[in-house]
Design a protein around this ligand. Sequence first.
Ligand code: GLA
Length: 813
Amino acid sequence: MILRNGNIFLLQTKGSSYFMQVLPSGHIEHIHYGASLISDMQYEKFMKNESAEEGLLSDMAKVLEIKHKNEGGNMVVYSKESYPLCLEVMPLEMSGFGKGDIREPLVELTFADGSSTCDFLFESAEISDELGSLETLPSSYDDLGKGAESAGEEDKAAPWEKDHAQQLTITLKDTGYDIRLKMIYKVYPECDTITRSAVLINDGDARVKVDRLLSIQIDFQQSGYQLTSFHGRWADEMGQTVSVCNAGKVVSEELAAGESGSRSNPFTMVSMPDTTETAGDCYGFNLVYSGNHYSSLSSNGTFLSRFVSGIQPTGFEWLLEAGEKFEAPEAVMTYSGRGFGGMSRSMHDFVRKHIVRGVWRDKERPILINNWEATYFNFNQNSLLKIAKEASKAGIELFVLDDGWFGKRNDDHAGLGDWIVNTKKLPDGLGGLAEKINAMGMKFGLWVEPEMVNEDSDLFRAHPEWAVRIPGRSHSVGRTQMILDLTRTDVQDYIIDALSKVFSSANISYIKWDMNRIFSDRFSLELPAERMKEFQHRYYIGLYRIMGTLTKKFPEILFEGCSAGGNRFDLGILSFFPQIWASDDTDAECRMDIQRGYSYGYPANTQGAHVSAVPNHQTLHTVPLETRFSVAAFGCFGYELNLGELSEQQRKQVADQVEFYKKWRKVFQFGDFYRLDKYRFMVVSKDKSAAVALIFQKESRPNNDYLALKTMGLDEDAVYEVANRQVSVNIKAFGSLINTMAPIHVKQDGIIHGIIARHYKMNGEKDEAVATGSMLNSCGVRLNPDYGGTGYGEDTRMFRTGDARLYVFARVE
Ligand code: GLA
C-alpha cells in the first residue's frame, strides 16, 4: 500500500513501513524504514482510504521527523530561505554532490560547464497500480493481483493479503540544469519487500557526464549497524563476513571482475550487532544487476548511517546526450524484525514470485544428471548413453550434456564460438542423441558458453574484431578464452542466431549457460574513446537483450545460469534464468557453507546442487553418498558422476534418493527455509503440512551427543509424525571392528570382508515420534544416540564426521 497525504508518503508492507516527506526546501527527508508504524487494524482502515486516517500521516511525520533548529557549527547551510537546514545531518532519500551533504552521494554528475554540483529538488509524485519496467535492464514484476479477494475470502484475510503491489514515482529536478531524476519505488506488501531504481533524464540541450548513479540510498538514524557481506573465490563462494560500522565506511564491492561475482555477491544485510537468526532488526539488500557493483555502509560521525548500493562507480562513466535517459538497476530491500531468518524468508518469497518468471517459475524442477565430472571432455555418444541409461534406471528425469560437444572442443583451448555439433563425438548429431535420451524416458539438456570465443575457433578467425581486446596491445586471457564484445548489436545478433539454431536443432528442454572468465582489456571498436568507460554497463545491456530474446523465443526451455559455478549469481540473471549453478565445488561439506551463504538472500530453488563422485574432484575429500544427497536436496537437485561406476548397493541408494526427493521435492524447492543452526537446515511447506530437516555432523565426538532436533516454523496447533530417512549401513564402515562379532578373523578390506559387506544388509537407526508442532518448535524431538565406541545397535545412529540425516515431518490430518 502506498499512502500520500500532501507531500508525505507511507509505503506499507505486511511488517514494514517506509516513511518520507518533502521538506519546505524541496529535499526529501527519509523519516523511517523498518518496523511497521501501524497496526493491522490501521492498515485495514488506510486501505479503505479513510481520509481522516490519512490525515494521521502528517501527525506521524511530526513525531519522527528531524527537529532541525540550529546551524551545525562549521556545516554548510543549504540556503537562506531554508535556514538553518544543513543537509549533512538530514536523513535523505537521495544525495547529490556539492551542496553541503558531504556523505556518500547517490548521484555524481559533471555538467557541460565543468561543474559537478547537483541540486535535485522535488517536482512531482505519482502513485500507480501498474508497475513499470526498465527499458534497458531487467526489473521486478507482479502478477499476483489481490490474492485473497479473488479467492473470495476477503473477510478472513489479513490486510496485506488483500493488498497488491503498487508503484510510486517521485520526480526531482536540478535547480541549475534541465535534468531530472526519477526515483521509482515498487511496494510488494505480502513479502515485505520494496524496490527502488533511479532514472536520469537529460531534458537540457547539453550533454551531461554521469560519474555515478547508484540505485538506493537509505539513511538510518543511528550508527553502529553491521554490514554482512558475502565473499569468496572460484569454487568457494558466499563466505559470510560481518563488519561493524561505528564511523567511517565498510564496503562490499565487485570492483573490476565485470560480473556480480564470487569475490563479492551483490546481496548484503544490514543489522544490529545483537540481531540473531530469530530476533532483531535485519535489512536485506540486493541489486537486479550482473555487473560490477558497489554497496557501502558509512557513518558520518554524528548519529546517522547511510547504506548505498548500485553500479560500481570505479571505471564507470556515461555520457548522457540531450534528450536521453540513463537507468540505474533496480535495488531490492526487505526488512524484518524477526532477525536474519525472517528477512531471508521474505527475500525468498520476493525472488520466487517477483524476479523469477516464465513457465518454470512455479514448476518443480527436474532431477538431472550432468556428464561434466563423469567425463569432462572425453566422451562419445556411446559413453554418454551408458551414463544416461543408468540415470534413467534410477528415475532421473533430465540428461545434460556439458562442455565439449561442439567445434574442435576437446579441451579448454579451442572451439568456443563454434556452435556446431562435433559429429566425430556425436555421429547422430544433437537431434539423434536427444531422441535416444528421450526414448529412455528422459529429457535432454545442453551446455553453452555463448559470451566467449577461443582464438583457436572459426568464429575468431572470421571475426577477430568481435573479441574484447585493445588494438595494438597484447591481451590477457582467462581459461585461454576471450570475451565477445556484447556492446555490439552485430555480436548480439550473431549469438541470438547461432543459439536459436542450436536450440531448434534437437528436442532440447534445458540449457546451462556458462561464463568462465572475468574481464580484462576492456575495449570496443564500436565505441568512441570518450565512451569507453561505458563498456561494462553496455555489455550487460547487450547480454540482457540476448537473454530476453532467447528466453522469449524458447519459453519452455529451463535455463540454468552458471559462471564457473557461482561467479554470476544475482537477481539480474535470475530475471531470465530460474536457477543458477551455485558452485563448481560439489564437496557436500563445503556446500553446507556455500548453500547456507546463498540461503540468506536466495531461495533453494534458484541454486543448482549435485551429488558428485568421491574423493571429491575439488577437495579430494570423501563424504558419504547419503550426505552428498542430503545437502544437494536443498537445491535444484541432480547428479554429476558416472552412475555406472558405482557399486550395485550405491546404485540402489541413488534410486532410493531419487524416489525420496520426488516425494518431498515440492517442500524442498518451494517451502520456507530455516537455518536451525550452522549445520542444520529445515524447509517447511507453505501450508505447514510437511517439512524436512537436515542435521550434519561437523565433528564427531563419542558419548557427547544426545541431541534433540528442535524445529522452526511448524504449525503449533498441529500434530506431526516425525521419522528419519533410514539409511543402509555398509558393514565395512566399521573396519576391523567386524571381528567383535565375526566367528573367524576377517582381514579388513580383504576378500571375506568384501563378501560379507555385499551380502549382509544392515539398516541404520530408525527414529519415529508423534508430537505437537508447538512441542517440536519449543523443545524438539530427542533423537537416538550416536555411536559412541561401545556397541552398535538398531537404535544407534552411525554419525561420523561428515555424516548427515534427513528427518521428515508429516502433519496428521
Ligand atoms: C564451468 C562450469 C562447470 C562446467 C565447465 C565446463 O567450470 O562451472 O560446471 O560446465 O565450465 O567447461
